[in-house]
Design a protein. Structure first.
Length: 266
């Protein structure tokens, strides 16, 4: 697959997202020959959103496909990386329109705010070393736009070319003294329309939220990029994805970090 074909595929993905068309995995001649090819397509999709859309520059980063079960479903043995566009970052409490999405999903995450530029470290950032570059920590919703995908027919390359389905984030209030918390075992609780419907611990995503942050830093380094001061990074969902409808209200609380809340309108 040459550069012109990758750009044409990226244009097709961008156009389909803007037209709110159902997600179609890349098959046949359009299937990326490697994950690196898929990431180049993702880069071009991001560029189109920044130059032709109204999503602003890249304001953050996400990790996807963090569970072994999902990786097996998508045919890979590693997570996937995606960007968060600046104009899709919201603060809690937030009201989100369901009609702005073909199908809106919510995921439940720990977010970090980078306090200073992270230098290249030859892919050797660890959970411990990367923590030195974190300022604030907070609970977050990730807004998923899966474009009504058929989950029985998925692959990692197709998902990551479509920006890992990131439709934005909602951030709770920043917490500066998060280092005093046992984040791996911090209990997360999801309240849906006033009822508690799910619980877990923040470490259910990769064992510790900082593991996801280190993976993202290392992934960016391999591509000649890095985390920068002010970036928001979400580190994988600790609970099962939920698909809200207009009128739904959700609140995600993490022990020691407070809460993030959202209301869904038409």
């Amino acid at each position: 697959m040459d550069a012109e074909q990758e750009k044409r595929i990226a244009r097709d993905i961008y156009t389909a997202r803007e037209a709110r068309q159902k997600f179609q995995p890349l098959r046949g001649a359009d299937a990326p020959s490697s994950l690196e090819s898929a990431y180049r397509i993702q880069d071009e999709v991001d560029r189109l959103f920044q130059t032709e859309g109204n999503s602003g520059p890249i304001g953050g980063h996400k990790i996807a496909l963090t569970s072994k079960a999902v990786q097996e479903l998508c045919g890979v043995d590693q997570p996937a990386y995606g960007t968060i566009l600046a104009n899709t970052i919201r603060k809690s409490p937030a009201t989100v329109s369901a009609s702005a999405f073909l199908r809106l999903g919510l995921e439940f995450e720990v977010a970090f705010e980078i306090s200073r530029d992270v230098p290249s470290n030859d892919g050797n950032h660890t959970r411990t070393s990367i923590s030195d570059f974190v300022g604030n920590c907070m609970p977050a919703f990730e807004l998923i736009e899966d474009r009504d995908a058929d989950y029985s027919d998925l692959d990692a390359a197709s998902i990551l070319t479509d920006r890992c389905w990131c439709g934005g984030v909602v951030l709770g209030a920043p917490v500066a003294n998060w280092r005093n918390l046992d984040l791996a075992n911090a209990v997360g609780e999801l309240t849906w329309n006033g009822d508690i419907i799910d619980r877990g611990v923040a470490g259910d995503a990769l064992g510790h939220p900082l593991e996801g942050l280190g993976w993202i830093a290392n992934h960016l380094n391999t591509r000649g990029q890095s985390l920068n001061k002010g970036d928001i990074v979400i580190t994988g969902s600790a609970l099962k994805t939920q698909f809200p409808k207009p009128g739904d209200r959700a609140c995600y609380r993490i022990e020691g970090l407070g809460e993030v809340s959202i209301e869904i309108e038409n």
